[in-house]
Design a protein around this ligand. Structure first.
Ligand SMILES: Nc1ncnc2c1ncn2[C@@H]1O[C@H](COP(=O)(O)OP(=O)(O)OP(=O)(O)O)[C@@H](O)[C@H]1O
Ligand SMILES: [Mg+2]
Length: 456
């Protein structure tokens, strides 16, 4: 059984965690301060650390850094008092795997501990497997040269055959759809259905009936009964895309399906049982949505059993040349053009770009390039990168300052409206430009009085 080290200066809390985690079968080492904690780390093989951030002597953050220096792979879960989210964020930046806000339920702590240990074990197994076999993970039609994508594929290969719920994270266009399908195709359910539902694209009142179906007469216009996506996905996989946009009322129903795999159709009394594997995806920071109360915590923990985060393309530029070749071959074939490849100069352009729209943007640019190209190689003139300064470059320069008579808030409102304009009304993109979450942006827009259009 894994060994857990708990560092907490409050004796009651320490005792409570110690008892509960021991009851779960873990071996527990308890320490009342960071120094004792570090000693335990030197003496024992520790699989996971739980630490308070406020400690006497060496504080929790320093302790976290010391643990990471000793062994960067040990997952560290930090506990922090409600209202000090900033320190939690700092801890996450310093390498904490997750955090809980006090007061928390023991159930929550146990879920997090189990999840972190699972992820940790998976990573270790991946590593040793890879090392033993010198293996490269290859999936049909998925380009993955970079170590980061290799890691993603290694995890996909390990979780695909299980029934575990997977939560895919990553910016728009990084390949979440693609990975969701790969998970299905490599699972024992591959011959069953893969049913995708985009939770943003569907208005709230329709989303519920889309997911769970309805009985005849459930609402005006329900002239016959209809199964929902969950029923259609029976014996297969359901892919809940943009899960962060699911409204509260439906989150409750989803929670029940995730827990018990059962639900009732709208207007129905019969309980429907289904056998489905759930894969969800989001391009938002769900932790931020938790903090703002727009996403249920219990649902989050049910979804976040195996998290897979797909890094943005700018963090794995090694994939760019292979991706370019992959797309050139595909579009050349589709268009019947005799294009063989890309010139070194054009390839350099692609390497130097920062890819705010990730792989999808690269795919579009290659498609356009192939359509435009007259030769047998894609050249600099065929590669039309979107270099508009609105993207990636800070909107506000160092000299920007609210004009006379304009308050900081009004000034910020102006920047927010401008970001939305530059993003052509796309909130996710505007939020990214501003470096805030989509929900934070919606909140600000509501305050400014911009109508909330759910499709953008
Ligand atoms: N590693 C890859 N190899 C080959 N093709 C890729 C890769 N990553 C992404 N793609 C392609 O790029 C396009 C965008 O990927 P996908 O639709 O999966 O992104 P996404 O993360 O779901 O985006 P969004 O959040 O906008 O829905 C797709 O056509 C996909 O096939
Ligand atoms: Mg997608």
């Amino acid at each position: 059984m894994p060994t857990i080290l708990i560092v907490e200066d409050e004796p009651k809390m320490l005792r409570l965690l110690e008892l509960n985690l021991s009851e779960e079968g873990f071996t527990v080492r308890a320490a009342a301060d960071a120094e004792t904690g570090l000693k335990a780390l030197r003496e024992d093989r520790i699989d996971l650390v739980i630490t308070d951030l406020k400690l006497p002597g060496m504080d929790g953050l320093e302790f976290l850094q010391a643990v990471k220096r000793a062994d960067a792979r040990i997952p560290v879960v930090v506990m922090t008092a409600y209202g000090t989210v900033e320190t939690a964020v700092e801890a996450m930046k310093a390498g904490a795997s997750d955090y809980v806000l006090k007061p928390f339920s023991l159930e929550e702590m146990k879920l997090i501990v189990r999840k972190e240990l699972d992820v940790h074990r998976l990573r270790e197994e991946n590593r040793s497997l890879r090392e033993a076999l010198g293996k490269r993970y290859e999936f049909k039609n998925i380009v993955a040269r970079s170590p980061k994508m290799q890691e993603v594929l290694a995890t996909v290969e390990r979780v695909a055959p299980t029934n575990s719920t997977v939560l895919l994270g990553g910016e728009s266009g990084v390949g979440k759809d693609m990975v969701a399908r790969a998970i299905h195709q490599h699972s024992r359910r591959a011959s069953g259905p893969f049913v995708k539902i985009n939770c943003t694209a569907i208005p709230e009142n329709l989303l519920e009936s889309e997911l769970f179906g309805y009985e005849k007469g459930a609402f005006t216009g329900a002239v016959s009964s209809k199964p929902g996506k969950f029923e259609l996905a029976d014996k297969g996989t359901i892919f809940l895309d943009e899960i962060g946009d699911v409204p509260g009322t439906i989150q409750v129903k989803l929670l029940r399906v995730l827990q018990d795999r059962e639900f009732e159709r709208l207007g129905g009394t019969r309980t429907v049982r289904v056998d489905v594997r759930v894969v969800a995806a989001t391009n938002q920071d769900l932790r931020a949505a938790l903090e703002q109360g727009t996403f249920r915590e219990d649902l989050y923990y049910r979804l976040n059993v195996v998290p897979i985060n797909i890094p943005p393309l700018r963090e794995r530029k090694e994939d760019v040349p292979d991706l370019a070749d992959h797309f050139i071959a595909r579009f050349a074939r589709e268009s019947g053009k005799p294009i063989q490849g890309i010139t070194p100069a054009a390839q350099k352009l692609l390497m130097d770009f920062h890819w705010p729209g990730n792989v999808r943007e690269l795919e579009n640019i290659i498609e356009r390039g192939v359509a435009l190209s007259a030769g047998d190689m894609l050249d600099v003139a065929d590669v039309r990168l979107d270099l508009s300064p609105a993207r990636g470059v800070p909107a506000v320069t160092g000299t920007a300052f609210p004009p006379e008579g304009v308050t900081l808030e009004q000034f910020e409102d102006g920047i927010i409206t401008e970001a939305l304009r530059r993003a052509n009304g796309n909130k996710s993109q505007a939020a990214r430009m501003l470096g805030i979450s989509r929900n934070a942006l919606r909140y600000r827009l509501a305050k400014i009085g911009v109508p909330d259009d759910p499709d953008s």
